[in-house]
Every structure is written in C-alpha cells, then in structure tokens.
Write a protein that binds this ligand. Structure first.
Ligand SMILES: NC(=O)c1ccc[n+]([C@@H]2O[C@H](COP(=O)([O-])OP(=O)(O)OC[C@H]3O[C@@H](n4cnc5c(N)ncnc54)[C@H](O)[C@@H]3O)[C@@H](O)[C@H]2O)c1
Length: 434
C-alpha cells in the first residue's frame, strides 16, 4: 500500500519506518524543513534504539522518502497517518492546531478519497470535529476519519509498534475497515486483537490507558513517602503488592515522578475534558498533583541532608532524559530538580548518555556539562541519580568515591542496594527505603 505519514517525531518516524519495513511505500512529511533536510541526508533527529538502521535500510531499498510538501505526498497516497504533536496549551487543554492544520492542507490538495488516520493523542470528540471540518472543505472528495491511537513507549518504540498488545481503531465507514485490516494484518498474526469501535471510544482508550499508568506511578510514589514515614521498605511493599496479578509489577516503581511528552499532558487534557462536560475527575487530578510534588522529592532529600542553602556545594547529576533509552527532555523531572538545586545556590554538573543536546536547550550554561559519567562526579559533594540508564547500574563505585569530595549519594530510582553502597563507604539515600 502507499502511505503518507505527517509529523516525523517520535511517533510518526517510527510508524512510517515500520510501515515501510513491512513492505509499504511510505512518504513522511514534516513542516520542519531542517528535520526533513537532515532525514534526506541520513541524519535521524531523535534517539530511539534501532531506528536509524531501519530508516537507512528502507530509504536504501526505496520504500521510505521524506518531504516538506504534503501536496507532493498526497499525489502518491491519500492514506494519511497524522502524527503531529498535540502539546498542552497554557490552560491544560490539548493544542489541536497541528491536527486541524493538516486537515486544512489535505483539503487543498486531495483529489481522490482520503483516509485521515489520527495517530496523535487527541481528546474525545476530535475525530468528529475533524470530520465536520473536512465535510465543509472537501466538496465532492470522499473521506473518512479514523481514530487510531498509538501506545508505543519511547526507548522501545519499534518493538512496541511491531508487537502491539492490541490495535485500537475507531471509525464510521465499513469500507475503511478493509484499509485498516490490510495495513495492520502483519502485526496481528500472533493473535493480538484489532479492536474496532466508534471514534469517541477509541479516543478515550488512549487517555484511559495513559491516565491509569500515571495513576500507578503516582500511587506507588505516594506509598513510598508513607514508607519513609513509617519505617517500611517500598521495595518489599511494591513486590508484595505487585506480584498480585490483578495489580502487576510494571509501572509500579517509585522514583522522581513521571515526565515525558505523554503522561503529563494527557493527564491534564483528560482532567480538562471532564471539566468541559461538568465533571471533576478527582483521582486523575490527584495523580497530577502527587506527581508535581514527587518531582521535588530528591531535592528535598538533598536539603534535608545539607540544609536549604546549598551555596558552595557541587552536585553531580546522572541522567537528564525523562527515562532511559530516549533523548526526550519534555517535562523531564531532572529539569525541576536541577532548577531547585540551582536556586538553592548549588553548582551542578550533569551527564546523560543521549539527552545532553536536548537538555542544553533548557539548561544552557546554568550547569556544567560533563562528557562522561565519571567526570561529572569529580570534586562533587553529592551524586544524584535521576535517570536509570544501564551504564549507571553498576559503576565502579570505588572510583566514584575516590573522585568525590564527600561520598553522598541520592538515588532517585532505587537502582542501587543500600547495604552495598554503605559497605562501600557511601552515605546513601533513596526513595521510600530506610
Ligand atoms: N512520544 C510518544 O511516546 C508518544 C506515544 C504515543 C502517542 N503519542 C502522541 O503522538 C503525537 C506525536 O507525538 P511525538 O512525540 O511524535 O511528537 P513530536 O513533537 O516528536 O513530533 C511531532 C512532529 O510533527 C511536526 N508537525 C507539527 N505540525 C505539523 C504540520 N502541520 N504539518 C507537518 N508536520 C507537523 C513537528 O514538526 C514534529 O516533527 C502526540 O499527539 C503524542 O501525544 C506520543
């Protein structure tokens, strides 16, 4: 099949590349000329494990191309995945200007039947609004609007897209179902379902999934705070509770709070969707509140140890991305933590294996940039572990201690064992463990 994908970010680039790898002819479109120019010259704009090799192979084999011209792409295919960003507006609603902008542009260029597949995460009712909008603009040209939310995780995006737990599709026109069946047939051979439903239910599926996962994280973060106060170990507690198959161990780890381009904005957007129809989503609103508080937890531990005036202290931070295996810095808790440390007067040296170029846009010269993890700890009064990249899991602690001015460690992800670190001469603090 011939496919157009609009938006070459973390989702669009993965969808387009994987579709090409399954044998489809794909044109990826973005209005960021620099991004497209880079892609045409083999430069992949994001870090996602395995993606650059897959792009390179499919470009070489002629199945994957890039352009800034949606009109040009529509000349080849009017089956269009829309994967543009839908960030939060200042009031918390999702910004849908990208999605409607694509609809406007499609209506100017399309001459034959359009399948407008919304991959972006959009609030319930958006597909209906896009349908009404296109009806006004498209004249005689037929079209359908499909809601096909994406559930991939950054850092494991290729695997998630190619081996989904399920594919959710909301649509109206039964003829469109044939197109969707053909697109996704290779991904459901293992028996995983394609769940067909109406557009509104499909849109709600995505927000329900993200809000629930965010709830698990805020829930265990709050339990970790209680463990701190009552002298229990959250590591035992999360296992003791999470091994119950009704609860599950995944997304059940305390830490520095969730971040990224999805959970924060989707939780906020869902709260606003409910308010717009006169309902207060109390659980989901509390999830966000707890998360905002949790982003301060590590800095609070530093202040409990060193006092609220951190002037003269040199702090090392390992990990900046909102999670490992991505360079995505959107709403990363590291930014909140570092901001608070700087405001308290500390000087901060940071290291991240992949996210430093992105982080520099937010942090600039307010911090010192280390080129290696070990160099970040030179002369440090304390080390803060913020993102649990694999390379931080078993560092040479003797060397770390030798380089630090004082061997104090704050482990924001509970990746190290308290007894081990103490045996190696560190003063060790973490989240919810004595
Ligand atoms: N990142 C994730 O892990 C993830 C997972 C599931 C769903 N989603 C959802 O998918 C959508 C995209 O997310 P992302 O992380 O890939 O965003 P992103 O910001 O990385 O990429 C969006 C891209 O769209 C382009 N764009 C914006 N408006 C455009 C237009 N009118 N025409 C052409 N290109 C345009 C931007 O230049 C950018 O390259 C969002 O709605 C997000 O909530 C994201």
């Amino acid at each position: 099949m011939k496919i157009t994908v609009v938006g070459t970010g973390y989702v669009g680039l993965v969808v387009g590349t994987c579709m090409a790898d399954m044998g489809h002819d794909v044109v990826c479109v973005d209005n960021d000329a620099q991004k497209i120019n880079g892609l045409i010259h083999g430069k992949v704009p994001i870090y996602e494990p395995g993606l650059d090799q897959l792009i390179e192979r499919n470009v070489r084999e002629g199945r994957l191309a890039f352009t800034t011209s949606l009109g040009e792409a529509l000349g080849v295919s009017t089956v269009v995945f829309v994967a543009v960003g839908t960030p939060s507006l200042p009031d918390g609603h999702a910004d849908l200007r990208g999605v409607f902008g694509v609809a406007d542009e499609i209506s100017r260029h399309a001459r034959s039947r359009v399948t407008f597949i919304i991959k972006s995460t959009v609030p319930v009712g958006t597909a209906d609004k896009v349908r009404a909008h296109l009806r006004e603009l498209m004249g005689e040209v037929p079209f359908d609007v499909v809601s096909n939310p994406e559930f991939l995780k950054e850092g494991a995006a290729l695997d998630d897209f190619l081996r989904p737990d399920r594919i959710v599709i909301g649509l109206k026109d039964p003829a469109t179902q044939e197109i969707m069946d053909e697109l996704y047939a290779p991904l459901v051979r293992t028996g995983k379902p394609i769940l067909y439903m109406d557009n509104r239910s499909a849109e709600m599926c995505k927000y329900t999934a993200n809000a629930f996962l965010a709830t698990k994280i805020s829930f265990i973060n709050e339990i970790a705070r209680l463990c701190d106060l009552v002298g229990a170990d959250v590591d035992h507690v999360r296992r003791g509770a999470g091994t119950d198959s009704r609860i599950g161990q995944r997304f059940f780890f305390p830490g520095v709070g969730y971040g990224g381009s999805c959970f924060p904005k989707d939780v906020r957007a869902l709260v606003h969707t409910a308010r717009d129809v006169g309902m207060e989503l109390r659980v989901v609103a509390a999830v966000e509140e707890v998360n905002e508080q949790q982003k301060h937890r590590l800095a609070e531990l530093v202040e409990a140890r060193f006092g609220t005036d951190l002037s003269g202290l040199r702090l090392a931070v390992w990990g900046l991305a909102f999670k490992p295996e991505t360079d995505d810095m959107r709403e990363a808790p590291s930014l909140v933590i570092i901001d608070r440390l700087l405001q308290a007067g500390a000087s901060v040296t940071v290291y991240d294996p992949e996210a430093m170029h992105e982080a520099k846009k937010a942090l600039g010269d307010r911090v010192t940039w280390a080129d290696r993890a070990m160099n970040a700890v030179d002369g440090a009064d304390a080390l803060l572990l913020v993102t649990e990249w694999n390379e931080f899991r078993s560092p040479d602690f003797m060397s770390v201690r030798g380089r630090m001015r004082s061997p104090v460690v704050f482990d924001g992800r509970n990746i190290w064992k308290p007894a081990d670190l103490r045996a190696k001469g560190f003063e060790y603090r973490c989240i919810g463990r004595p």
